[in-house]
Design a protein. Structure first.
Length: 58
């Protein structure tokens, strides 16, 4: 009986973790939902502006 309860708790924890990951994907305001910090350091708008400035000078 205790083993079944422990397995159920582990299963519910895994389901909660997966639901949290899916929720973060849909709620992410910018970048990705991995929360590793790598995506937030890349500013695509600034890169695009810099490229446009370089093309305008050439």
């Amino acid at each position: 009986m205790i083993q079944q309860v422990l397995i159920l708790l582990m299963f519910l924890a895994a389901v909660a973790y997966m639901l949290r990951m899916v929720y973060q994907v849909f709620v992410a305001k910018s970048g990705c939902a991995k929360s590793c910090g790598a995506c937030s350091t890349i500013d695509f708008k600034k890169i695009q502006q810099d490229l446009e400035k370089q093309q305008a000078k050439a």
